[in-house]
Design a protein. Structure first.
Lengths: 275, 361
């Protein structure tokens, strides 16, 4: 339900009159608050149309759903999503770019009763810290690594990452990613499947309601596998980045389906406990 | 425990366990390797965990993670491996991670890396340099105490000789006094309470407390905390026979063990020579050195490198006493830091030559 007010608030920013879009419009009535319980402060500065808040919400709601909040610790990488690392009512250890799986390993080995997850982007996990996630997976660390994959360095303004799909235009591949020139995208989930320490791998997306529901199911399985002490679990979530893809916000969900998911195909890739 | 004959690596491992270290991780590299071996065997016996990291990058990350839970945690390598860890050490200082880092160095070329910090940013870490295995057993425990007291990484600067010398030591836990409660440590229990904890190199305030991460505010507060640590950490040095000395020799670590013996022989010959041995390489024992050298005509710095600590000696003396570097790189073909110059007769002759020159002038 959308409440509107005829009296739009105007504020002055750098000497210019602009519409105040922070918070609810004047005269609006709050009828429900959809802020996830485990978020301290609902307001954020990520771009309109970004998929990362939806992915973050999905993780937090899963922790509540499977009732592990009071032993949960998140480990954050560096990217746009780092905006959430100081904004959760969930304990957080902020890691360096690429290093979250090792930090998560140390936490879990020191406190085996905790439920430990990482939040990392494709730049963090597949570029800077690829060896970390592969080694943690091979060791079968009882942690859950969550990769928010938008196929681009969003925080720097749209640059090629190791998962960028062929043909995608970025600020440093202006004519699109060319395999012979720029190499080919890494499908990390597919790489992890063969490792014996890995108990669950799923790739999902948050570009429509059905996919969000599937994302929640995969996250639930991944955390269940951790709690059951089975092995390493991994969820790759494809997220929209209209800013970094240089497209209209409204086109981003379809672009994800047509481009990103065409290379990084959705589905459960491995679930040992399910047989 | 009673005194037991053991190799230095084992003594360091036992001292870590006595200090309550319950998480260790590392990547094999001489002369750090044997410490890792001992910890891999011993930690499970005392309810701890040791992870064989696939790289030094991952080792320091794992040690960081364990320390975040309030567990006493350590890692290490040689200077080469520590080069790989520097980004994390620099940021661990900002995130206020209590961590003990063993630098089982090859020779003394890593003095700058240890004392200046090889990473980025405006941070410092305390550095302790044991004379030998017996002192390492004490300093290892002090390193954990300092790490918890100041919530900081602490470097223990030892070497091949410390690692591989057998000595009779007693790694009984030392009572080093009370420490602040780790009310910042993570175990998941504050999640969902409205007061969930955060341990981050980007800041320690959360969005609920507005304004969340503010790097100007945070870095300024961390700089003040670093200054307080530099003031607060006890600066330790051994001072030998300096009261009437014309020449004061300055050396640290294993090099100082040989230099001290050479100085003792010269004293027995009636030569007016003394020795100052910095034990805390950072913060440097400026005042102890100034006092010891106040009546000297020359300060001679002996290090197994091209001259690094000599800078700190000059800064401490600030021109009050002429200072000369009398060290130099001494290695055998292995490169592990086995030094032909670590020979009491070699050093006695070198210091005697300096004294002869002074008396002739």
């Amino acid at each position: 339900m959308i409440h509107r007010s005829d009296e739009l608030r105007v504020v002055t920013v750098d000497g210019r009159a602009v519409l105040d879009t922070d918070g609810a419009p004047q005269g609006a009535r709050l009828v429900d608050d959809f802020t996830p319980t485990l978020v301290d402060e609902g307001h954020h500065h990520l771009c309109p149309g970004c998929g990362e808040p939806i992915a973050m919400r999905s993780v937090l709601e899963t922790l509540e759903e499977i009732d592990v909040v009071s032993r949960s610790i998140g480990v954050f990488g560096i990217g746009c999503y780092t905006a959430f690392s100081n904004n959760l009512d969930c304990e957080v250890a902020q890691a360096l770019h690429g290093r979250a799986p090792s930090v998560a390993t140390g936490i879990k080995r020191a406190k085996p009763d905790t439920v430990v997850f990482t939040i990392q982007g494709d730049g963090d996990m597949v570029n800077e810290g690829l060896q970390e996630v592969i080694h943690a997976a091979a060791r079968g660390e009882r942690i859950t690594c969550v990769m928010l994959n938008n196929g681009v360095f969003g925080e720097t303004g749209g640059h090629i990452t190791a998962t960028t799909v062929l043909g995608q235009r970025t600020k440093n591949t202006l004519d699109g990613r060319d395999g012979r020139e720029h190499g080919y995208p890494i499908r990390l989930s597919n790489l992890l499947v063969d490792l014996e320490g890995v108990a669950f791998v799923g790739r999902c997306a948050v570009n429509n309601a059905g996919n969000v529901a599937r994302t929640r199911k995969m996250l639930q399985r991944a955390f269940e596998v951790q709690v059951a002490d089975v092995g390493f679990s991994f969820v790759e979530i494809l997220t929209m980045c209209p800013t970094g893809w240089f497209i209209d916000t409204l086109e981003a969900p379809a672009y994800l389906d047509e481009r990103l998911a065409a290379t990084h195909t959705l589905g459960v890739l491995k679930d040992v406990a399910a047989g | 425990m009673t005194a037991t004959l053991m190799e230095g690596s084992e003594a360091i491992a036992e001292a870590m366990i006595a200090a309550g270290c319950r998480f260790f991780t590392g990547y094999p590299m001489t002369p750090f390797t044997e410490v890792l071996e001992h910890m891999a065997r011993r930690l499970p016996e005392v309810g701890g965990a040791c992870v064989n990291a696939e790289s030094e990058l991952e080792a320091v990350g794992m040690a960081w993670g364990a320390a975040v839970t309030g567990t006493r945690s350590a890692t290490g390598s040689t200077g080469q491996g520590l080069s790989l860890m520097q980004e994390s050490i620099a940021e661990a200082a900002l995130a206020q991670i209590p961590l003990v880092i063993l630098n089982m160095a090859r020779a003394q070329g890593d003095y700058f890396q240890a004392t200046r910090g090889g990473g980025h940013g405006d941070y410092r870490t305390p550095v302790l340099a044991p004379l030998d295995v017996a002192e390492a057993v004490t300093l290892v425990q002090q390193a954990f105490h300092l790490a918890d007291r100041w919530r900081t990484p602490v470097v223990l600067f030892a070497d091949y000789y410390t690692a591989h010398t057998y000595a009779s030591v007693d790694p009984t836990p030392l009572d080093l006094g009370p420490l602040p409660v780790k009310d910042w440590a993570l175990d998941g229990s504050t999640s969902g309470t409205g007061q969930a904890r955060l341990v981050s190199p980007l800041g320690d305030t959360k969005r609920r407390d507005r304004p969340g991460y503010d790097l100007n505010d945070f870095y300024t507060r961390m700089a003040a905390k670093t200054a307080a640590m530099v003031d607060g950490v006890e600066r330790m040095a051994e001072v030998v026979d300096c009261d009437d000395a014309d020449l004061v020799v300055v050396a640290f670590g294993t090099a100082a063990k040989y230099a001290r013996a050479a100085v003792a022989e010269l004293r027995a010959d009636g030569r007016r020579v003394g020795l100052v041995r910095p034990i805390t390489l950072f913060p440097f024992p400026d005042a102890a050195l100034r006092d010891a050298a106040a009546g000297a005509r020359l300060v001679a710095v002996y290090e197994n490198n091209q001259g690094q600590m000599v800078d700190d000696v000059r800064l401490a003396l600030d021109g009050a006493v002429p200072t000369r570097f009398v060290g130099g790189l001494s290695l055998d073909s292995s490169g592990f830091g086995i030094a032909p110059d670590y020979d009491v007769e070699v050093l006695r002759r070198r210091f005697a030559g300096v004294l002869d020159e002074m008396e002739g002038s």
